[in-house]
Design a protein around this ligand. Structure first.
Ligand code: ADP
Ligand code: MN
Ligand code: MN
Ligand code: MN
Ligand code: MN
Length: 343
């Protein structure tokens, strides 16, 4: 990996496929790009990723964000891309395009997002890493924010991923072991507008890439193990400029009224299989009904105690599942607060 690249640079082009997964391929560049605009558009075979028919299979990938590559180091870069069809329209799975329009149209509100990405690490056999083969560990209790053998699994992956994100310039704000053993969380944010989606997708790619080095499988399944085991979410913390100012709580309350009216539409884009997670137990609310409250982890949206006390701050939408697309979540929240855009 330390061999001289003779002045050339590697760019890893990364995009979202037709099943909410990530794909990537490597391009050799003659010189280091200074900004994302120096990176050429590229393409891939969309018929191999469920993104295009076989008889018209080219899908274009357009660079939209660039990060230093913590795996290859040097001047090499990771490149987040949007997918575009040959007729000049966004690919069916390009949810970033509409989210970006919404973020730009409402830029004056300076919307910040902080997402808590939960996930589970599995062995190559598909069973949670460190669990007895075909069996179960002791009941939940000692694992959340735990330390020590038998209480946490794969901390080496978690540490390597945290550092990789920092090197790449991802605004990763923390990490903790979760309630179910082999389940972890990290937070990205607060980030303004579209950059949250870009950074969260890149952090997911880095997690897959780092876990690959260790032979572990990353699962974003919102209920990986049925029964008395916590599911995995993607709590979405949101604030606007107005909410962060003194007296901002009234803007948070206005947002609650708007969110309530759109609950079912939100649930539709808040992840696949979320109905198995959002049962009303295990620190979730019921999927059928919108509720909100101060410090209540059993409601759809929680207002942190400190925000209620200070009369300003942010709210936490606890509904999104771990596998939800951050572009879709942040897009629909902005649309709900400020209205839809003309075509
Ligand atoms: P929890 O108590 O729900 O586990 P965490 O500490 O895991 O909370 O996550 C809190 C998240 O809220 C972080 O990602 C942080 O970046 C985000 N956050 C903090 N302040 C704001 C804010 N004003 N606007 C949006 N997000 C915020
Ligand atoms: Mn080929
Ligand atoms: Mn958290
Ligand atoms: Mn958590
Ligand atoms: Mn949370």
């Amino acid at each position: 990996m330390k061999l001289d690249q003779k002045g050339k640079v590697l760019a890893e082009y990364i995009w979202i496929d037709g099943s909410n997964g990530l794909r990537n391929k490597t391009k050799t560049l003659d010189k280091a790009p200074k900004t994302v605009d120096d990176l050429p558009e590229w393409n891939f075979d969309g018929s191999s990723t469920a993104q295009a028919p076989g008889d018209n299979s080219d899908v274009y990938i357009r660079p939209v964000a660039m990060y230093p590559d913590p795996i290859r180091l040097g001047e090499n870069v990771l490149v987040m891309c949007e997918t575009w069809d040959p007729d000049g329209t966004p690919n069916k799975y390009n949810y970033r395009h509409e989210a970006l329009r919404l973020m730009e149209a409402n830029a004056k509100h300076e919307v910040w997002f902080g997402l808590e990405q939960e996930y589970t690490l599995l062995g190559p056999d598909g069973w949670p890493y460190g669990w007895p083969k075909g069996g179960f560990p002791g009941p939940q209790g000692p694992y959340y924010c735990g330390v020590g053998t038998g209480r946490v699994f794969c901390r080496d992956i978690v540490e390597a991923h945290h550092k990789a994100c920092m090197y790449a310039g991802i605004e990763i704000s923390g990490t903790n072991a979760e309630v179910m053993p082999a389940q972890w969380e990290y937070q990205v944010g607060p980030c303004e507008g579209i950059s949250l989606g870009d950074q969260l997708w890149m952090s997911r790619w880095l997690l897959h890439r780092v876990a690959e080095e260790f032979g572990a499988v990353v699962s974003f399944n919102p209920k990986p193990i049925p029964g008395d085991w916590n599911g995995a979410g993607l709590h979405t913390n949101v604030s606007t400029k107005e909410m962060r100012l003194d007296g901002g709580i009234k803007h948070i309350e206005e947002a609650m009224k708007k969110l309530e009216k759109r609950h079912l539409e939100h649930i539709k884009v808040y992840g696949e299989g979320n109905e198995l997670r959002m049962t009303g137990a295990h620190e979730t609310s019921s999927i059928d009904k919108f509720t909100w409250g101060v410090a209540n982890r059993g409601s759809s949206v929680r207002i942190p105690r400190a925000c209620a006390k200070e009369g300003k701050g942010y709210f936490e939408d606890r509904r999104p599942a771990s596998n939800a697309d951050p572009y879709r979540i942040t897009g629909i929240i902005v649309e709900t607060m400020y209205g839809s855009l003309p075509e």
